[in-house]
Design a protein around this ligand. Structure first.
Ligand SMILES: [Cu+2]
Length: 115
C-alpha cells in the first residue's frame, strides 16, 4: 500500500466516525401556561435523545399527552417533570394538553424528527 492510499483510508475513517456519531441530547423546557404551551414546535434529529422538562407555570392543571409514545403526564400548578425519549422514525408527531377545552384554546404542538 502506498502512502497516498493510506492517507485516503485514514480520511475515510474520520468521515465514517463523524457520520455514525449520535447527535447530542436535545434539552427542551416546555412550559404550560394558562392556557398555552410556551412552544408549539420541538425539533430533533432521528436517533437524538430528547430530554424534555415539562413545567406547569399556570394556576390550572395541565397534562402533556404524546400519543406516539403513549406518554401522559398530569402536572398540577408549580409541578415539573423531566422525560427522556428517542423517536425511532422521522416525521411530525402531535402533543397536546388533553384537559377538556385546552386543545381548543391552543395547547397543541408538534415534535418534528428529521433524518
Ligand atoms: Cu392544559
Amino acid at each position: 500500500m502506498n502512502k497516498k492510499n493510506l492517507i485516503l483510508i485514514i480520511i475515510m475513517g474520520f468521515v465514517l466516525m463523524a457520520c455514525s456519531t449520535t447527535p447530542a441530547t436535545k434539552n427542551v423546557t416546555l412550559i404550560a401556561e394558562d392556557i398555552v404551551w410556551s412552544t408549539d414546535l420541538i425539533e430533533a434529529q432521528l436517533g437524538q435523545e430528547i430530554q424534555l422538562t415539562i413545567r406547569n407555570d399556570g394556576v390550572l392543571d395541565h397534562n402533556f399527552e404524546f400519543a406516539e409514545l403513549a406518554i401522559n403526564v398530569l402536572l398540577t400548578p408549580g409541578e415539573s417533570q423531566t422525560l427522556s425519549f428517542v423517536l425511532s422514525e422521522a416525521g411530525t408527531f402531535d402533543y397536546i394538553c388533553s384537559i377538556p377545552g385546552h386543545v381548543e384554546a391552543g395547547m397543541a404542538g408538534v415534535i418534528t424528527i428529521s433524518e
